[in-house]
Design a protein around this ligand. Structure first.
Ligand code: ADP
Ligand code: ZN
Length: 654
């Protein structure tokens, strides 16, 4: 969510109407009113001149028809204007008005005819010269109105548009931000990942001479308000290079072809001022997967814009120090072409901050405001789990507004707490603050996963456990790191271990919370799926033996028609097998958790306190517990692990 308002407009916009949108609107409105008035005016004047009070019907007819009516004597009275004729005809007490436009004024027979038939007639000059003039100018005015309107719209898209001559473009923001990495807090991993770009932008020659391949595009992925825009600006600020930004959604209202030309313009500007940064916010608006388009033919405009973007990215070599950063909170919807090598082939997760991160962000944003000495930002950080940086900035601002309203000189703790409450109401849907109850549930749930992961041979050890909603949609998560990298094969005991780990979450909820929440649904789904595959695909069960039991899906009839190639009896056996196996494993997992009851309590306690713990801390808690209780160590992967965070594997909880 780029804050584009305060971006200083570098391109001085000499487009009159672009600079004066209100004036343009006023002119356009006046034209519309004039058009409207002249129509209404005409109607009115005709109405009054023919005392239309009891006219039952008005018919637009051809002149020849009116003339025929006159000749047949069906007409009582006639009005003539230089270009039209109206005739009133009364039939069975109903007055009908005939109007003919574009009357041939050279018809010299008309008046004698009227005289002959003894029909009252009068000539009307309309509203005189002025209305003639308007009716002549109307088409021109309408044309002008539409032209100005289009020009305005177009010039938004293309630099300058029709009316303007300059390269001015409202939607491409260009600035030289003074944002620094210190302004972005709580997203340390993301910061680390973009740091090398700064160096490249600062000293491009070094890298170019070496022939190093620097990424052209980097995708910042994360929930709204986590600081993606801010981070992109900080890269530009640290490297002190120009920052060109556009919003993907801005392309979509454009006329066909305009989006593409703007992309061209954007890259041209950025290349001219290289080294520089291009930032595309909400790239999903243009980069939506073409396959998922839905409508036949797709959205032409979006496709053209996307193609242009791809062409531009392919068009400059790694020796052009322009880096394209794009932000999205829906990476899964992006077209695969965008993610290919040489384009946005690197993704950086900009995630919601943990406790320490939130505290740091609060500190950054309270620099500009006056805090009373009773303010404890740690408490504020504690109470805002689940909120993103933008929410925290809002809370500080809201607190300042509250304090101001009560004419206080400083912001007090009470104002901050009140502001948290308010943000809670306002943000419920977007970035939810997690309630204490939820936090407790998630803490035990994740501890259950973590314990099972550490005690089970064949499971992957824990790298990190968190109760902060992370990424997109998950409540908490446990990060696992496989022992060996690049594993393609899994042995039976490893699959069973995975099931135990998955069941650990629910078991912990049952034992420690005393009630089951919906949080384990995804885990159970996955555990069941693994077992099903073991039976029907991998031949790892006695029920089906070596038989592979495929389900064939009849997709060409619109999908949904699934048929099995095994008997009802077999299906029943499989269901029974899966159910009993899950029950057995669940009983075992519960037994284990009960044996390590205090260890789980300790782990959940730490999690509730600091929200995120490293794998080593998990192992330390288990190890301490075992030692204190003279238990033989069951740690399956040893105590310590060197920090290598490649090939991460997540257990998310929906
Ligand atoms: P996004 O682009 O991810 O939606 P923004 O970068 O637009 O989020 O964040 C909006 C504002 O919220 C920022 O300008 C900043 O004031 C504040 N903010 C967001 N994330 C952070 C952060 N990690 N550190 C400091 N401030 C932040
Ligand atoms: Zn879980």
């Amino acid at each position: 969510m780029a804050n584009q308002n305060n971006n200083n407009q570098k391109n001085n916009n000499n487009n009159f109407f672009n600079n004066n949108p209100l004036l343009a609107f006023a002119i356009f409105s006046i034209i519309i009113i004039m058009i409207f008035k002249s129509f209404v005016g005409e109607g009115e004047s005709l109405g009054t001149m023919l005392n239309t009070n009891n006219i039952a019907q008005t018919k637009q007819v051809k002149y020849s028809e009116i003339k025929k009516e006159i000749e047949e004597g069906a007409v009582q009275s006639v009005k003539l204007t230089p270009s039209s004729i109206e005739a009133i005809s009364e039939q069975n007490g109903r007055k009908i008005r005939y109007i003919a436009q574009n009357v041939p004024t050279y018809d010299k027979d008309l008046i004698p005819l009227l005289e002959k038939k003894n029909i009252t007639y009068e000539g009307v000059m309309g509203n005189g010269f002025f209305s003639e003039l308007i009716s002549m100018m109307l088409p021109i005015l309408i044309f002008f109105g539409i032209w100005i309107f289009l020009a305005k719209k177009m010039s938004k898209g293309m630099g300058g548009g029709i009316l303007g001559a300059g390269k001015a473009d409202k939607l491409i923001n260009s600035e030289k931000p003074d944002t620094k990495f210190d302004d972005v807090q709580g997203v340390e991993e993301a910061k680390d990942e973009v740091k090398e770009i700064v160096d490249f932008l600062k000293f491009p020659e070094r890298y170019i001479e070496l022939g190093a391949k620097i990424p052209k595009g980097l995708l910042l992925v994360g929930p709204p308000g986590t600081g993606k825009t801010l981070l992109a600006k900080a890269v530009a600020g640290e490297a002190s290079v120009p920052f060109f930004s556009v919003s993907g959604s801005g392309f979509i209202e454009m006329f066909v072809g305009v989006g593409a030309s703007r992309v061209r313009d954007l890259f041209a500007q950025a290349k001219k001022e290289a080294p520089s940064i291009i930032f595309i916010d909400e790239i999903d608006a243009i980069g939506k997967s073409r396959a998922s388009g839905g409508q036949m033919g797709g959205n032409d405009e979006r496709e053209q814009t996307l193609n242009q973007l791809l062409a531009e990215m392919d068009g400059f070599g790694t020796d052009t120090p322009v880096i394209v950063l794009a932000a999205t909170n829906r990476p899964e919807t992006l077209d695969a072409a965008l993610l290919r090598a040489g384009r946005f082939d690197r993704q950086v997760l900009v995630d919601k901050p943990d406790y320490d991160g939130r505290l740091a962000i609060l500190k950054v944003h309270s620099k500009g405001v006056k805090l009373a000495s009773n303010v404890d930002l740690q408490i504020v950080a504690k109470q805002t789990a689940g909120l993103a940086g933008a929410d925290l900035a809002n809370i500080i601002n809201e607190a300042a507004l509250l304090a101001g309203r009560f004419n206080k000189k400083e912001i007090e703790q009470a104002d901050l707490l009140e502001a948290i409450e308010r943000s809670f109401v306002g943000l419920e849907k977007k970035n939810r603050k997690i309630s204490d109850v939820e936090k407790r549930i998630v803490a035990y749930h994740e501890s259950g996963h973590a314990l099972m992961a550490e005690l089970t041979k064949g499971a992957t050890r824990v790298t990190k456990v968190s109760i902060i909603p992370r990424g997109l949609g998950a409540l908490g998560y446990t990060l696992h790191l496989p022992d060996d990298e690049d594993r393609f094969l899994k042995q039976k005991h490893e699959l069973m271990a995975e099931i135990d780990v998955l069941l650990g979450g629910r078991a912990a909820e049952e034992i420690f919370i005393g009630e089951i929440s919906t949080g384990a649904g995804n885990d159970l789904d996955r555990a069941t799926a693994i077992l099903k595959d073991m039976v029907s695909v991998y031949g790892m069960s006695d029920v089906a033996g070596l038989m592979v039991l495929k389900r064939t899906e009849n997709s060409f009839l619109g999908g949904g028609m699934a048929s099995t190639d095994y008997s009802e009896k077999m299906a029943e056996n499989i269901d029974n097998h899966i159910r009993t196996t899950l029950n057995e494993r669940y009983a075992f997992v519960k037994k284990t958790l009960n044996e390590y009851h205090q260890a789980i309590e300790n782990m959940a306690g730490v999690l509730l306190d600091v929200e995120v713990i490293e794998g080593n801390k998990v192992r330390e808690i288990i190890d301490t517990y075992e030692k204190e209780n003279n238990l033989k160590s069951r740690l399956a992967h040893g105590k310590k692990v060197s920090k290598k965070e490649s090939e991460e594997d997540k257990t998310d909880d929906a």
